[in-house]
Unconditional design. Structure first.
Lengths: 250, 387
């Protein structure tokens, strides 16, 4: 049983007008096997939270801490965090020209595990995971994210989630840009990986649509850099009906 | 970043610098006599990116012929002879267009002439290693009609060398010429390489520049009969203090030929400087021409500079296509973040990105021993950058 704790997290970014505080004291605890949905209007800081957990250099933590099983995550480099078991499925994965998906996946797996995977079982594992996500087998020969459609990029992120088996998965607007079929396939991938590996999920979304497929245990409403309200799945239903207006105006 | 495509029907076009070239590329002086060329002047387009002092006298000193210092190993389809100006092919591929190549031409009385007959499955290798200072070399490579093979000119060790390479690609032949500049850190090297391409022939010309303080390679390809093709590939990796300059020129003098020029380079360290100038001339007679040239540079650190100038002159609208692309960009930190977020450490992540960037060229070389050597060299460069 692993535990990810976020305590009184304050985060700033540098802008042309100087330093701007985006997160203003976030408290959140996620345990293995739990699914937490973070919902909120655009600009509320949801993605900042995701990228801060992963360690993107653009974001500066000015106060608070992030602990993974008691270890200080903020002291770790980006790759150390990944090796410690944190995974971020990105909203806008970047292209890496000239680097094939198969090379990338094998390199990442080797880095995460500390040893190269045995070739035959690994190839089988990749093939099965791709087939589950309805990806063509020639996908592995393409360059990472180069020329991928929006749906292909998201499937590729979830493919990595299945193969890299983290302790905690942060899904940053994984539902954006997906049609109904792709949303279902991607969501099933998340559920399958979660069932197999029992990780905790932090699901960041603007819409309640994905929650029909990935059932949250907890819902947190994120407004202006803080959690404004917390509850169970019923809170998502209320947001669906009422929107975020009452929080924004308050 | 600039991208541009010139479509059939458009006329004269060139860009890349603030000034307009004073002459069309075809009007540049050609002479084997050093006295005909003016001394190097930074205002001259040919020399605007290179400080004359970096040539360490290759333009002004009296040079000595290095012919006897070259080492040749090749399968039986190749033949090496030392020839002089009386040889049928001497001076037929091109004449010097700048003072260093004219200086080399004047000094190298003997040319090392490599003749390819038949189909060779193994490459010929001309080793130019640890050449003494102020040397000149003249090399002639001729692929006979219907022949097929590869010649590698492998430059290593110390050198102060001005070189001329003539490449005569026979009708219906397929020739690959690889010029590797893997010199020691202090080496100074200029190499003017002229290719004259016969009917239905194909030349693959590959330039790999890794080592040397100052390296300037100027490959020229001229089509003389229709149905032919040239593929010019270049790869370079410049470290602190290195100047690596490549100027390619494709002369579409006749109809229905195809050219592809693809140069890619990585730079790192203070004062690392690369230059790529790609001239393409499509003459009035060259209807049906299909040409594309591309240069990309990846700047890995601050303090490095990449100049990239494509020039396309078009004298006929009746062409298949003509385009060029040029882009120089900094290492993308978002790529680094993405890879690190998958557990890959920073050095390995940089390695993946740079290898990926250069792969487009490496994969097209098609010679396993060179691909392997390049991979090792890139690995070495990247490890160096970590210190």
């Amino acid at each position: 049983m692993a535990i990810l704790q976020i305590k009184n997290l304050h985060v700033s970014v540098e802008t042309e007008q100087g330093s701007k505080e985006i997160l203003k004291g976030v408290d959140l605890t996620i345990r293995s096997g739990e699914t937490h949905a973070i919902m909120g209007p655009n600009g509320s800081g949801k993605s900042t939270l995701a990228y801060t957990i992963a360690g993107h250099p653009k974001y500066t933590v000015t106060e608070g801490e992030i602990l993974l099983d008691g270890e200080n995550v903020l002291d770790m480099s980006v790759d150390e965090r990944a090796r410690a078991g944190l995974f971020l499925a990105m909203q806008y994965p970047v292209e890496i020209p000239g680097v094939s998906v198969s090379n990338f996946l094998r390199t990442a797996k080797t880095a995460i595990d500390g040893v190269a995977p045995a070739i035959r079982p690994w190839i089988g594992e990749v093939r099965d995971a791709m087939s589950n996500l309805k990806m063509d087998s020639d996908f592995t020969e393409r360059n990472v994210n180069e020329g991928f459609s929006g749906g292909e990029k998201k499937r590729h992120e979830i493919l990595q989630l299945e193969l890299l088996k983290p302790q905690f998965a942060v899904l940053d607007e994984t539902d954006s840009g997906l049609d109904v079929d792709a949303l279902r396939i991607v969501s099933e991938g998340v559920n399958r990986a979660k069932q197999a590996n029992g990780f905790g999920v932090l699901l960041i979304t603007h819409y309640t649509r994905i929650l029909n497929y990935i059932k949250p245990d907890f819902v947190h409403v994120f407004v202006a850099g803080k959690i404004a309200e917390e509850g169970g799945p019923e809170l998502a239903a209320r947001l669906e009906a009422e929107g975020y207006d009452r929080y924004v105006k308050a | 970043m600039t991208e541009a495509i010139i479509r059939p029907g458009s006329t004269g076009h060139s860009h890349g610098g603030a000034e307009i070239p004073l002459q069309t590329r075809s009007e540049r002086l050609r002479s084997a006599n050093p006295g005909d060329h003016i001394a190097i002047d930074g205002r001259d387009e040919q020399w605007r990116y290179l400080d004359q002092l970096r040539l360490a006298g290759l333009d002004t000193n009296v040079l000595t012929d290095a012919a006897t210092e070259l080492v040749f190993t090749a399968p039986s389809e190749f033949d090496l002879t030392l020839v002089d100006a009386k040889d049928d092919l001497f001076g037929t591929a091109g004449l010097p267009e700048d003072i260093t190549s004219a200086n080399a031409w004047a000094a190298a009385n003997k040319a090392s002439k490599i003749t390819l007959t038949g189909e060779a499955s193994e490459p010929a290798i001309l080793k130019i290693a640890d050449i003494k200072a102020d040397r000149a070399a003249h090399i002639i490579i001729n692929s006979k009609t219907h022949s097929r093979g590869t010649v590698i000119i492998d430059h290593t060790g110390d050198a102060k060398l001005a070189e001329v390479v003539e490449i005569i690609v026979g009708d219906e032949s397929q020739l690959t010429v690889v010029s590797i500049q893997d010199w020691n850190d202090d080496a100074v090297h200029t190499s003017a390489q002229f290719a004259r391409i016969g009917r239905n022939a194909k030349l693959k010309h590959i330039v790999v520049s890794l080592g040397g303080k100052t390296v300037r390679v100027t490959p020229t390809a001229e089509f003389t009969a229709p149905g032919s093709e040239v593929e010019m590939l270049g790869l370079y990796f410049a470290d602190a203090g290195q100047h690596l300059e490549h100027r390619s020129y494709v002369d579409h003098a006749v109809a229905n030929c195809k050219s592809r020029v693809t140069y890619k380079g990585a730079l790192q360290g203070k004062g690392a400087h690369t230059v790529w100038v790609g001239d393409v001339l499509i003459r009035k007679a060259a209807e049906g021409t299909d040409t594309y040239e591309l240069n990309r540079n990846l700047l890995l650190t601050d303090g490095a500079r990449a100049d990239s100038v494509p020039n396309l002159e078009i004298e006929t609208g009746e062409i298949e296509g003509a385009g060029h692309a040029s882009a120089s960009g900094r290492f993308d930190d978002e790529q680094l973040f993405y890879l690190q977020a998958r557990g890959i450490n920073e050095l390995d992540a940089r390695r993946l990105v740079v290898r990926g960037f250069l792969n487009e060229i490496i994969q097209q070389i098609g010679i396993e021993s060179i691909e392997q050597r390049l991979n090792e060299a890139i690995e070495h460069e990247l490890t160096r950058s970590n210190h």
